[in-house]
Design a protein around this ligand. Structure first.
Ligand SMILES: Nc1nc2c(ncn2[C@@H]2O[C@H](COP(=O)(O)OP(=O)(O)O)[C@@H](O)[C@H]2O)c(=O)[nH]1
Ligand SMILES: [Mg+2]
Length: 310
């Protein structure tokens, strides 16, 4: 299996392998759902809204002697605002850093404008990618096959898989196929690590997910969550202070809600999930602050793991 004679000693143990796999696609294709399914734990937040994932994050899975490092990315679309440009650029960088790239498509939506743009960019880069059609639980088989055939006319794809990331159908086969293609080499992360996301960022993401689920229209896109303080206490619990940045005073009112009810509910939902994720009791304190131009604030981008693009 290796080209190097010296390393081709026969042992009864399988050689360790490590593979980097990026998951790219249009917004809402199910990339984060797939990441969580491949890892078998919730690493990335998922909502029904577009542009939930703002930065690149990894999820790590073990398959036999292979460690697979998956890179979840923000959706790729035609960006207009600075935050959007930073997100799309993080997605392409994720693909550039990986050895294998999955293009995940919402099969029900077919070849949308966003998908056309991605296909054109991949053609230009002469990349070989793995096509994964998602959400097959919502589709008729014959339409699915027709779509796969049409997409494969491009010659871009080294393989095609059909899955339901939500139900788990086809996910194990995909993981096995990716592991087979991984290169021989040492694992990059300790065996028990499932992500490179810091606990601070994960805590921010959990709160952001609850805001996406409870608040609507433009509001989710107008906010960001920053974990300002993290204090491990002697009794084993953690105290976490977070700021929810909004752009306008009216938005602050909506996040707080009548008599503080909305903020209370958000805090309770986020705290429960953090306790589960961290395995400790959590004291969560949420503050809402009007930071009109947070989308132009370099420090906030850094906290989110994004590069600030001019
Ligand atoms: N029915 C169905 N829904 C899915 C599937 N995969 C993801 N979704 C839903 O699609 C929406 C977007 O998923 P998400 O993972 O956040 O997409 P992302 O923007 O590509 O990361 C969520 O509401 C998911 O529950 C699937 O296989 N079947
Ligand atoms: Mg996502």
């Amino acid at each position: 299996m290796t080209q190097n004679d010296e390393s081709s000693q026969v042992t009864d143990q399988e050689e360790s392998r490590c593979g980097f796999v990026a998951i790219i696609g249009a917004p809402n294709a199910g990339k984060s759902t797939l990441l969580n399914a491949l890892v078998g734990a919730k690493v990335a937040i998922v909502t029904h809204k577009v542009q939930t994932t703002r930065t690149r994050l990894t999820g790590i899975a073990i398959e036999g002697a292979t460690q697979l490092v998956f890179i979840d990315t923000p959706g790729i679309f035609a960006p207009k605002k600075r935050l959007e440009r930073a997100m799309v650029s993080a997605a392409w960088r994720g693909a550039a850093d990986a050895e294998q790239t999955i293009l995940l498509l919402d099969a029900r939506k077919g070849i949308s404008e966003d998908v056309e743009g991605i296909l054109a960019a991949l053609t230009e880069a002469e990349s070989q990618v793995i096509l994964v059609l998602n959400k097959i639980d919502l589709m008729k088989r014959d339409m699915l096959l027709a779509l796969a055939e049409k997409l494969n006319e491009s010659g871009l794809f080294s393989a095609t898989f059909m899955i339901s990331a939500l139900k788990g159908d086809g996910v194990d086969d995909l993981r096995t196929a990716l592991a087979d293609k991984a290169q021989v080499g040492p694992w990059m992360y300790p065996e028990d690590q499932i992500s490179d996301v810091t606990m601070r960022l994960l805590a921010s993401e959990i709160t952001r997910e609850k805001i996406y689920l409870r608040l609507h229209e433009e509001l989710p896109y107008a906010i960001t969550v920053e974990t300002e303080k993290w204090e491990d206490r002697k009794d084993g619990s953690v105290k976490i202070d977070q700021v929810i940045h909004v752009q306008r005073k009216s938005q602050k009112g909506m996040v707080i809600g009548k008599g503080g009810q909305m903020l209370k509910k958000l805090g309770q939902m986020a705290r429960e999930e953090m306790e589960e994720a961290f395995g400790h009791r959590v004291h969560l304190f949420l503050f809402v602050r009007v930071t009109e131009k947070w989308q132009d604030d370099k420090d906030i981008y850094e906290g989110m793991g994004l590069d600030y693009v001019e």
